[in-house]
Design a protein around this ligand. Structure first.
Ligand code: ZN
Length: 282
């Protein structure tokens, strides 16, 4: 395993940790200000949400590279299925891929969406997801973008993600068999899964992202009460051992949705605490 106590160049900020995934949350720093604050602390990369980028993808990507904090990922593709999916899924999927390419972000994260109307269970919905990513993969490959399917905690299966396990995500990768299709492993979503080590061993070179936070034992809100690394019950070192054992040596992206705690703090403090925890407990 990599030793983060002496080298935190793998540390990447997902700007959701500052509340930037939701309108009106957090301190509202500009992308450039966040980039510069990360650069000052030696972060190695940054991941934005589409709502922050607007029509300025090229300029923001340039600023990030110039500061030494390249944009290493983009959140996210539209929901592909289920009650929260847009009507024009394909148009929005293409727009997300185009934005990732303009940022020169190598990875676009996909949260797949919930259960399709008129169906029960997740089987039919997962087939729809597979069809969408099979169509998108060559479009993304032509633009230098990798697609990372992110399984979410099963609590979201109805509306946000019928894809809930690393196993099912890898099954879709197997079925689609596109070289630029892989998975993102997020501690918040997989920490409970006793089958995770086996699935990570199966993943080979198909892990495209690793997301850090923690699961608070007394979680108040499953969407917006994620914990800072070290404050919860996830076995962070064991999960990273499995992820790195599968050959992953890319950025470790800190992604903490925390409306009542971390989003209320000064972003400078949040960035400092993340850095300390990254070196100490991850
Ligand atoms: Zn994530």
């Amino acid at each position: 395993m990599r030793d983060f106590t002496k080298d935190h160049s793998a540390l990447a900020l997902n700007t959701a940790s500052l509340g930037h995934n939701l309108e009106g949350k957090g301190a509202g720093w500009s992308p450039e200000r966040v980039i510069d604050a990360c650069a000052a602390r030696g972060y190695g990369g940054i991941v934005f949400w589409r709502r922050e980028i607007g029509a300025r993808a090229v300029a923001i990507g340039d600023h990030a590279r110039g500061a030494g904090v390249p944009v290493v990922g983009l959140c996210r593709a539209p929901f592909l299925v289920g009650p929260m999916a847009p009507v024009a899924v394909w148009d929005d999927f293409q727009a997300a891929i185009d934005m990732a390419a303009a940022l020169q972000a190598q990875v676009l994260t996909i949260v797949v969406g919930g259960v399709a109307a008129g169906t029960k269970g997740v089987g039919d919905s997962l087939k729809i997801v597979a069809d969408h990513v099979a169509k998108a993969a060559p479009y993304a490959a032509a633009r230098g973008v990798k697609l990372a399917l992110e399984p979410l905690n099963p609590v979201y299966a109805g509306n946000r993600s019928c894809l809930t396990t690393t196993r099912d995500a890898l099954d879709i990768c197997d079925a689609v068999a596109a070289p630029n299709l892989g998975v993102a492993i997020d501690v918040y979503h997989v920490w409970w899964d006793t089958d995770l080590p086996r699935q990570l061993a199966r993943a080979g070179g198909r892990i495209f992202g690793y997301h850090l936070c923690d699961w608070l034992a007394d979680t108040h809100d499953v969407l917006l009460d994620r914990g800072m690394m070290g404050d919860g019950v996830a076995d962070l070192r064991a999960i990273r051992a499995g992820v790195e054992g599968a050959g992953y040596c890319g950025p470790c992206e800190v992604e903490i949705f925390s409306a009542e705690d971390w989003w209320r703090r000064d972003p400078a403090e949040v960035l400092d605490v993340i850095l300390g925890r990254f070196r100490g407990v991850c």
